[in-house]
Design a protein around this ligand. Structure first.
Ligand code: MRU
Length: 372
């Protein structure tokens, strides 16, 4: 997507052909800084410290992390070490495991001397595949938006609510939840996005607002608690969110607060869509609510806030009384019954086992197959 007219991706191979460039998302929206990753350890740290984040981008970064590792040590032991270092970087997004499994499957059978080249080639494919998938999501989601626009008076705006950042910054390009929005905007549909701020890390306020703004898509940032009110007053036509993992039964794990938005949407008859690439489906998990481990992050994300002062300095301040305990569950699970449809690269699916299995039969695995 565009940043002030110039096309960017969130991650790329640098001109030297081997190191990896990525936008440092911790610095947005205040500073646009590019980081250079030169080792497997750099890639693992980038994922762990949320320099990169968002399920598909975590997978793409891990794939390049494996390629960087193969330059350092392409032996069987090196391959195992790299997989183990990257798999623990973040727990929720299943795209991380998917990408690492793809890389290991490609690399394990071949001569260690050929692994580095093969690793870069496979990582590049994973990156290009993400962009293609998101284009597919864009087209299928566009049909949903067009159907809503068709029921409105000519020239009336379609209002979409989104949560967290499932935009191009969370993927390689286009985004998942934002892909249909960008395409609708490109096609001249009048669209406006309500952007949840998404406490505690504010991915909506800092990232979604930044990317929509720099691409020229009309949007408004709202405090997390506002969505229900807007829905009650007919100010939201549909919600589209991303996801970090979809269980085989259609339950959706996404950024904390997604469940509350789905409840409000259900109560107000607002369609609630989840956009996802197929690597986000986890057929090994049958019950999203019971079986997806939820990442708990540092309490400082709740107690502290960072922003720019009027005189231009970046400052972190504490907003919670000293000594008050805090909890920081980073994700929640929205039950499939609250989801109107899953927007995938192969169509808009019902959120249930049969529909997911029929659309993506090649992705079906059991929990037993996933071990190791
Ligand atoms: O903790 P984050 O910022 O990695 O969480 C990101 C989200 O929850 C996104 O909505 C999700 O990964 C979908 S990204 C296309």
């Amino acid at each position: 997507m565009k940043v002030d007219g110039k096309h960017f991706r969130s991650i790329w191979r640098e001109r030297d052909g081997w190191s990896v460039g990525a936008i440092d998302q911790r610095r947005l929206p205040h500073e646009f800084v590019v980081a250079r990753l030169t080792s497997c350890e750099d890639a693992a740290t980038a994922i762990r410290d949320m320099l990169v984040r968002g399920a598909p981008l975590i997978g793409a970064t891990a794939a390049y992390g494996m390629a960087l590792a193969m330059r350092e040590d392409s032996s069987d032991a090196g391959l195992k070490r790299a997989y183990e270092a990257l798999i623990v970087a973040r727990p929720t997004a299943i795209n991380l495991k998917w990408a690492l499994d793809e890389m290991r499957e490609t690399l394990a059978p071949i001569d260690p001397l050929e692994r580095a080249e093969a690793a870069y080639a496979r990582a590049d494919e994973i990156v290009e595949q993400d962009v293609e998938i998101n284009r597919g999501i864009a087209g299928n989601g566009l049909a949903v938006i067009e159907a809503i626009a068709a029921k409105k008076k000519p020239g009336e705006v379609v209002n979409v609510l989104t949560h967290c950042n499932a935009g191009w910054l969370a993927t390689v390009d286009w985004g998942t939840a934002t892909a249909p929005i960008y395409l609708a905007h490109e096609r001249g549909i009048k669209i406006h996005v309500w952007v949840d701020e998404t406490r505690p890390r504010n991915q909506g306020a800092s990232l979604t607002a930044w990317e929509l703004g720099h691409h020229g898509v009309p949007h408004t940032v709202i405090p997390d608690n506002t969505g229900g009110h807007l829905m009650q007053h007919g100010m939201v036509d549909l919600a589209i969110v991303g996801t970090d993992r979809v269980a085989a039964n259609g339950d959706v794990c996404n950024k904390i607060g997604t469940y509350l938005k789905a409840l409000a949407a259900h109560d107000n008859g607002v369609p609630f869509y989840v956009a996802l690439p197929s690597p986000t489906i986890d057929f090994a998990v049958n019950d999203g609510i019971g079986d997806i481990p939820i990442e708990q992050r540092s309490g400082t994300e709740v107690t502290d806030m960072t922003g720019r002062t009027a005189d231009g300095r970046l400052e972190t301040v504490r907003i919670v009384p000293e000594g008050s305990p805090v909890a920081n569950y980073a994700f929640d699970v929205t039950p499939a019954r609250l989801v109107t449809g899953l927007i995938t690269e192969r169509g808009v699916l019902k959120p249930d086992r049969a529909s997911l299995a029929a659309a993506f039969p090649e992705r079906i695995t059991t929990a037993a197959e996933q071990v190791g």
